[in-house]
Design a protein around this ligand. Structure first.
Ligand SMILES: *Cc1c(COP(=O)(O)O)cnc(C)c1O
Length: 413
C-alpha cells in the first residue's frame, strides 16, 4: 500500500508486473502455456505442492504461471491489497468471492442493483446450498445495520450499479458490517482501481470483471479477486476447489491492457461527459444516470469517494413507442449493440432494470438505455445519436417536441 502511494498509478501501470531480466529481455512478461510444471527432483515436486496456496507459487498450470502472478500482483498493488487471484471471467470472480464465505445456514446482503448474473448465483446456487440472500436498496447506507442478522456472513456491494448507476455509501455500509463482524465484498469493475480504491475505505474483498476496462479491447474474458492478507488464502483455496484457471493468453491480454488503462479511462470519461452533457439538453431525454454529473443523486458520494468516472452511463427517455426506440438504436452506425463494455468501442443497449429487482422499484418515464462511450471522437458519437433522435421523432413525433419538457437538464446538472 505504501509503495502504491509513493508512486502514482499511471507510473505503476507502466512498471508493475514485469521483469525483463528473467524473460530474455522482453519488455512484457511472456505467455506461459502450461499444464504440467516439471521439477528437478521428487523432493522439489512435493515441496512445490506444499506451497501451492502461497502467493506467487504453483506446482501445476491450473494454479498459475509467471504471467498469472504478474497480473495478480499488479492488480493487488493498484488496489492496495495483499494478493490477487486471477480467474477465468468476472462472473467467476463473483462466484469465488461469494463461495468463499458461503456456508449452510448463513445469510448474505446483496444490493438490488447488482449485476444480474450475480443475483442468479444467490437465487439458485447459494439458495440450494442453504445460504439465504436479502436484496437491499443500494442507497441504504447506514440503514444496512437494520437488515443485519445473527447469521449474516457477507455484505456485497457494487457501486455504481451497472444498469442504474446508484452510488453506494461504502464507508457507512462497511462501518455497520464491521460492527457486526461481517465480511464486505465489492464489485469495482466500473471504476477500476484508478478511480476507486475500496480497500482504503475498509472493504475486505474487491473483485473485477477484468474483461471490461483492464483487458480493454473486447477480446478476452478475465476476472480477479483482491484482498488483504486476512482473506487471501480463503479466496485462493476457494478458487482452487472450484478449479478456476485464468487462460494464459487472456491473462497476458489483461496485463497488456493495464499498461494503457489510465489514458484510455481519461478519454472514456471525457467522452461520457461530452455525451451526457449533450443528452442532458435533448428534450427526448428524461433522466441521465451518471454520478459524475452534479445533478445525479449519487454525485456527492461519488465526489467524496471516487477520483474519476468511467465511460459507462445510463439514461431514460420520455415515454415513446418500442418501435421508435428500436429505430433509434438499430440505425446507429458507431454504437455496437452488445453487453461487454470497457473496450475501445462504443456500445448501446436497451435495458430492463425493472424486471431485475425485488427490494426496490424502477419506474422510469420511458425506456432505459445504457451507453458505453468508447474512444471515438465525441463529435462523431454525438452526430450519430442526433441522427438517431431524428429516426425516433419520425416514428414518435410527440417525443421530440422542441423543448416542451424544459426541466430535463436540471437532472443532468
Ligand atoms: C461484466 C460484469 C461482470 C461479469 O464479468 P464477465 O467477465 O463478463 O464474466 C461482473 N460484474 C460487472 C459489474 C460486470 O459489468
Amino acid at each position: 500500500m505504501k509503495k502504491a502511494a509513493a508512486r502514482r498509478p499511471e507510473t505503476l501501470l507502466s512498471h508493475l508486473g514485469r521483469d525483463p531480466a528473467s524473460h530474455f529481455g522482453t519488455v512484457n512478461t511472456p505467455v506461459y502455456h502450461a499444464s504440467t510444471l516439471l521439477h528437478e527432483t521428487m523432493e522439489d515436486f512435493q515441496e512445490a505442492g506444499r506451497h501451492r496456496m502461497d502467493k506467487g507459487k504453483s506446482s501445476y498450470g491450473r494454479t498459475g504461471t509467471p504471467t498469472t502472478f504478474a497480473f495478480e500482483d499488479t492488480v493487488a498493488t493498484l488496489e492496495g491489497g495483499y494478493g490477487g487471484v486471477a480467474v477465468s471471467s468476472g462472473l467467476q470472480a463473483v462466484a469465488v468471492a461469494m463461495m468463499a464465505f458461503a456456508e449452510a445456514g448463513k445469510h448474505f446482503l446483496v444490493p438490488d442493483s447488482v449485476y444480474f448474473p450475480a443475483r442468479k448465483i444467490c437465487h439458485d446456487l447459494l439458495r440450494r446450498l442453504g445460504v439465504e440472500t436479502t436484496f437491499y436498496d443500494p442507497t441504504i447506507g447506514a440503514g444496512i445495520a437494520e437488515l443485519m442478522r445473527e447469521n449474516t456472513a457477507l455484505v456485497y456491494m457494487e457501486s455504481p450499479g451497472s444498469l442504474t448507476f446508484e452510488v453506494q455509501d461504502v464507508p457507512a455500509i462497511v462501518a455497520a458490517a464491521k460492527a457486526a463482524g461481517v465480511v464486505t465484498v465489492i464489485d469495482n469493475t466500473w471504476a477500476t482501481p484508478l478511480y476507486y480504491r475500496p480497500l482504503e475505505h475498509g472493504v475486505d474483498v474487491v473483485l473485477h470483471a477484468a474483461t471490461k476496462y483492464m483487458v480493454g479491447h473486447s477480446d478476452a474474458m478475465l476476472g480477479v479477486v483482491v484482498s488483504g492478507e486476512a482473506h487471501y488464502e480463503r479466496l485462493r483455496r476457494t478458487s482452487q476447489y472450484l478449479g478456476c484457471a485464468a487462460a494464459p493468453d487472456d491473462v497476458y491480454l489483461g496485463l497488456r491492457g493495464l499498461r494503457t488503462l489510465a489514458v484510455r479511462l481519461e478519454r472514456h470519461q471525457a467522452n461520457a461527459l461530452a455525451l451526457t452533457g449533450w443528452l442532458g439538453r435533448r428534450p427526448e431525454v428524461d433522466r441521465l444516470l451518471y454520478p459524475a454529473l452534479p445533478g445525479d443523486p449519487g454525485h456527492a458520494l461519488w465526489k467524496r469517494d471516487f477520483t474519476g468516472a468511467s465511460g459507462l452511463f445510463g439514461f431514460t427517455l420520455q415515454p415513446c413507442s418500442r418501435e421508435a426506440v428500436m429505430a433509434f438504436i438499430d440505425g446507429l452506425e458507431l454504437y455496437g449493440i452488445g453487453a461487454s463494455w470497457g473496450g475501445y468501442e462504443s456500445l448501446i443497449l436497451l435495458t430492463d432494470p425493472a424486471s431485475m429487482r425485488t427490494a426496490t422499484r424502477w419506474e422510469p418515464a420511458g425506456p432505459t438505455l445504457r451507453i458505453h462511450a468508447g474512444l471515438e471522437h465525441a463529435d462523431d458519437l454525438i452526430a450519430d445519436l442526433e441522427a438517431g433522435f431524428a429516426r425516433l421523432a419520425q416514428l414518435d413525433p410527440k417525443i421530440g417536441g422542441g423543448g416542451i419538457h424544459g426541466g430535463k437538464s436540471a437532472h443532468a446538472g
